[in-house]
Design a protein around this ligand. Structure first.
Ligand code: ZN
Ligand code: ZN
Ligand code: ZN
Length: 366
C-alpha cells in the first residue's frame, strides 16, 4: 500500500467510527492522531495546526503558512489551508465546523485553542477524539508491527552492548552513560531519542529517575530504560546490570522479577483482559513478598507514541486483540536501597504473544 492508500483507508475507518458514535466533526491538532491520519506531525508551538474532519465532506488541514512547506500533501485525503499571521485560526476552525453538534477533540490540543473555540460554537458538545481514533490506532497492521520490530531490534543491540560490558559504567556518571546510550540510539537508526534513564544503586528505586551526576560504583545495580522513535514508531526497553558481584538480596529479587515478567508476557494472549496480564506479574511479585515494592502498572501501549492505549493496568478489562502492541515491564523498588525493572515490547497475535525484544533477560554482571 502507498502512504496515500494507507491514509485513505484510515480516514474511511475514522469516518465509520464517527458515524457510529455520532460525532459530527473531529478536531486534531498537536499529538499523534494527526500523523496517523495524514503523515504530518504538528509542531507543538503557539500557532494553531488543526485537521478538521467532518463526518461527510472533505477534511481540511489548517496550518500556519510558514509551516505549510513541511506538509507532504495527500491529495484526496485532506485539503491544505494555510493561514496568515493576521488571521484568527480558531475562527477559521469554527467556520469549518459550523453546524456541528458533537465535536471530538484530540487530548493534546492546547487548552488555549479549545477555550477560544468554545464560545464560537455555542451549544456544541465535546468528546475526546481518543474514543474515535484510539481503537483504530491500537490495532497495528503488519507494516506498523515491522516498524516496531525494527526499532526493538535496534535497542536490543544496545542492550547487548550494555550486558557484554562494552558500555563502560564504573567511574562514569549516570548522565554520561545516558548520553552514551542516546548516541547509540541514534547510531542504531532512530531519528529521535525519547528517553535514556540510567539509575544506579539507590537511585534505581525511583522508576522515572532522571540521570544525574551520581558516579556509578562497583557491585551495584544499574537500571537502564531507553528508547526512541525510528521511522515513526517507538522502541522502549529496560535491562539491569550489576557492576561486579551480584549482592544476594538483588539476585533473589531479580529471580522473582524475571519470572513475573516471563509469565506476564506468556499470559498476553488474544482475548485476555489487559488487567489479567498485570495481575499475572503482580501475583508472582506479591507472593514472593515484594508486592509493596511494585508501585506502577505493568505496561503501556506503544506505537507512534511511547505511551498510548492499551494500558496494562488493573481496571482495564479490554481484551487483547491481534495487533495490540504494549510493554510488559514489572519492577521492584526498595526505597533507599535499589530498584529493578525488566521490560519488553510485545505484540498480541493469533499465534500468541510476539516479543519485539530479544535481548537477554538475565541480570548480567559486567
Ligand atoms: Zn516509564
Ligand atoms: Zn521503558
Ligand atoms: Zn515502557
Amino acid at each position: 500500500m502507498t502512504p496515500l492508500d494507507i491514509y485513505t483507508e484510515r480516514l474511511a475507518r475514522v469516518r465509520a467510527a464517527m458515524a457510529e458514535q455520532q460525532v459530527d466533526t473531529l478536531l486534531l491538532s498537536v499529538g499523534h492522531d494527526l500523523p496517523y491520519l495524514t503523515g504530518y506531525l504538528a509542531m507543538p508551538l503557539e500557532r494553531l495546526t488543526m485537521l478538521v474532519v467532518p463526518r461527510d465532506g472533505d477534511p481540511t488541514l489548517l496550518i500556519p503558512r510558514l509551516e505549510a512547506p513541511r506538509v507532504d500533501e495527500q491529495p484526496g485525503v485532506f485539503e491544505l489551508l494555510p493561514w496568515d499571521e493576521t488571521d484568527d485560526p480558531t475562527a477559521l476552525v469554527a467556520k469549518l465546523a459550523a453546524g456541528s453538534r458533537t465535536l471530538a477533540v484530540g487530548d493534546q490540543m492546547w487548552a488555549r485553542f479549545l477555550v477560544e473555540l468554545l464560545p464560537q460554537l455555542p451549544g456544541a458538545e465535546y468528546r475526546r477524539a481518543v474514543d474515535v481514533v484510539g481503537p483504530l490506532r491500537m490495532v497495528k497492521d503488519q507494516a506498523e508491527i515491522d516498524a516496531l520490530a525494527a526499532a526493538g531490534a535496534a535497542v536490543d543491540r544496545i542492550a547487548g552492548e550494555l550486558q557484554s560490558g562494552s558500555i563502560p559504567l564504573v567511574g562514569r556518571t549516570e548522565a554520561e552513560v545516558s548520553a552514551d546510550l542516546s548516541a547509540r540510539i541514534v547510531a542504531e537508526g532512530h531519528q529521535k531519542v525519547n528517553f535514556a534513564i540510567v539509575a544506579a544503586g539507590e537511585n534505581a528505586a525511583s522508576p522515572h529517575h532522571h540521570a544525574g551526576p551520581r558516579v556509578i560504583g562497583e557491585n551495584e545495580i544499574v537500571l537502564c530504560d531507553f528508547g526512541g522513535t525510528m521511522d515513526g514508531y517507538c522502541s522502549d526497553i529496560t535491562r539491569c546490570v550489576v557492576t561486579g558481584d551480584v549482592p544476594a538480596d538483588i539476585a533473589e529479587a531479580y529471580a522473582v522479577l524475571h519470572e513475573a515478567q516471563r509469565a506476564a508476557v506468556a499470559s498476553a494472549t488474544v482475548g485476555t483482559g489487559c488487567q489479567e496480564v498485570d495481575r499475572t506479574a503482580r501475583r508472582i511479585i506479591a507472593d514472593a513478598g515484594y508486592g509493596e515494592y511494585f508501585v506502577h502498572r505493568t505496561g503501556h501501549g506503544i506505537g507512534l507514541e511511547e505511551h498510548e492505549d492499551p494500558y496494562i493496568v488493573e481496571g482495564n478489562d479490554r481484551p487483547l486483540e491481534a495487533g495490540h502492541a504494549f510493554s510488559v515491564e514489572p519492577g521492584i523498588y526498595v526505597p533507599g536501597q535499589w530498584g529493578m525493572r525488566l521490560e519488553d515490547i510485545v505484540v498480541a497475535t493469533a499465534a500468541g504473544p510476539s516479543p519485539m525484544n530479544a535481548a537477554d533477560h538475565d541480570l548480567a554482571s559486567v
